[in-house]
Design a protein around this ligand. Structure first.
Ligand code: 0L1
Ligand code: MG
Length: 254
């Protein structure tokens, strides 16, 4: 049985060097709690290298995502400052194993939020919302994993790009989303695909983050992919537009 510390080192090295690894669950039993412990330990290694925790990502918060991955549970991961990509800039394909991108709605926290909270309490802790995209890159071969594997691997989170912040006092429950690749629509959806309303994802994030002290003022929370993810190829220009909130884009470089 691989120790939690060893498993954390394996996923961290795979992420750092963009090398694919076998799933842990192919050869041994791994529970969800242990998987979160591996995630925490692997992210500690990044923090020891100077990265800073800047928020959390919620995953599998839409039916499309659950179906793409074949599970039906919401998961979460940690965001660091080094994972942030410049809006309108580019990402380097060779830094990833098999990157995909998905449209997200991001929250900027105005105040701390932790534990069991209502949607109204969650909303009052939000400073701003923005269109965003998350780059997910499973470190497992062929992007195949069981739920504990993906949790151990920081829930596939590998990068994120944020658009302009907007006031949260608008109805963002059902805003149209278009993901264009080189100017052609590749995915179409709505913010309603995120647990029926993205604020529910923030409620789930407050609960999920309680064991690590809760969400902090100034943090970013990615609400989760609103459509299936798009596999990235060198040369592509990807732009996500959320109606009423604007666009966010990235180019895929070598
Ligand atoms: O919604 C998500 O961000 C899911 C990430 C984990 C599953 C995947 O890698 O597709
Ligand atoms: Mg996501």
């Amino acid at each position: 049985m691989t120790s939690l510390v060893k498993a954390a080192q394996i996923v961290d090295e795979a992420a750092r060097t963009a090398g694919a690894i076998p799933q842990f669950t192919e050869s041994e039993a791994l529970g969800v709690e242990e998987a979160y412990a591996i995630q925490a330990l692997s992210m500690e290694r990044r923090f020891a290298r100077g990265e800073r925790l800047v928020g959390v990502k919620m995953g599998l918060t839409s039916r499309a995502k659950m179906a793409q991955v074949g599970v039906d549970e919401v998961i979460w991961g940690r965001l660091t400052d080094a994972m942030r990509l410049e809006e309108g800039g580019s990402l380097s394909r060779k830094r990833y194993v098999h990157p995909r991108i998905e449209p997200e709605l991001a929250f900027l926290m105005k105040s701390d939020l932790s534990g069991a909270v209502s949607p109204t309490e969650a909303l009052s802790a939000v400073e701003a919302i923005a269109p965003a995209m998350e780059v997910i890159d499973s470190r497992y071969r062929n992007f195949k994993f069981a739920l504990p594997d993906v949790i151990a691997d920081n829930s596939s989170s590998s990068g994120f790009v944020l658009g302009s912040w907007a006031r949260p006092d608008q109805d963002f429950s059902n805003l149209g989303i278009v993901v264009e690749v080189d100017g052609r629509p590749a995915q179409i959806g709505s913010t309603a695909a995120i647990l029926g309303h993205p604020i529910r994802s923030l409620v789930a994030a407050a609960k999920a983050a309680a064991p690590i002290g809760g969400l902090k003022a100034g943090w970013i929370v990615l609400a989760g992919g609103a459509t299936a993810a798009h596999s990235l190829s060198v040369g592509e220009y990807v732009r996500t537009t959320i109606r009423g909130l604007g666009s966010v884009s990235i180019r895929v470089a070598e």
